[in-house]
Design a protein around this ligand. Sequence first.
Ligand SMILES: Nc1ncnc2c1ncn2[C@@H]1O[C@H](COP(=O)(O)OP(=O)(O)O)[C@@H](O)[C@H]1O
Ligand SMILES: [Mg+2]
Length: 238
Amino acid sequence: MVEKLFPAILDEAHVRKRGKLLLGPVNSKLDCEGITILLGPNGSGKTTFLRLLHGLERCRDGTLSWNVDNEEAFRRQAFVFQSPIMLRRSVIENLAYPLAVHGVDRKTARRKATDASRQVGLGQAQERNATVLSGGEKQKLAIARALITKPDVMFLDEPTTNLDGRSTREIEQMLLDARENGVSSFMATHDLGQARRLADHILFFYHGKLLEDQPADTFFNAPASPEATSFLKGDILE
Ligand SMILES: Nc1ncnc2c1ncn2[C@@H]1O[C@H](COP(=O)(O)OP(=O)(O)O)[C@@H](O)[C@H]1O
Ligand SMILES: [Mg+2]
């Protein structure tokens, strides 16, 4: 029986760099299925929070604890950066790589990679070097690569910023499909329309603090804080 990753409990969690407070204090119990969208002005702490949840930042004070030990939790997660990082190898090899890291034999890895490349519309581009793909193709490949090991949780940091409408739509569909397959996603975005289309749950950040942690309907219809109310109205928040 595989244990659940959730809940993740943050107790007085802070992230600091060179003495500067980037995030915190955060006190929260996250138990999110489906798609959780992180909102908040620039610099409010969304990226730092995603990185903290995935073990890329450490708590300086306070604690983060997943339901399983943190090293196992981080292994059962995947992270998609705003600018996808591609291996200078073929599309297939990019997809097969994380499977090889997980000890999957070469033949099975190649078969799964081939299937995944077709699913994201890169069947014709299988042998192309991933570094020459378009921005949208690279990001789709990055998400397919993140999902290929069947993580429990996927973190995405503004993956559709700078992409055209078609690529954005395809990526949103990938998140919806992942949800169908039981993957929980946490995605930062500054596209409110995208948040409304996708979110089951909203985390709203302001000045390094998690101000709201709400079901999407509640957040959009009746935000609790004046900051979120202003943010939803489109006001500039300082
Ligand atoms: N590497 C870093 N060194 C110092 N300060 C940073 C670093 N990365 C982010 N910050 C600061 O941390 C705060 C939170 O940033 P971030 O998590 O990137 O916010 P968001 O993703 O919501 O725009 C901001 O004040 C930002 O300027
Ligand atoms: Mg950010």
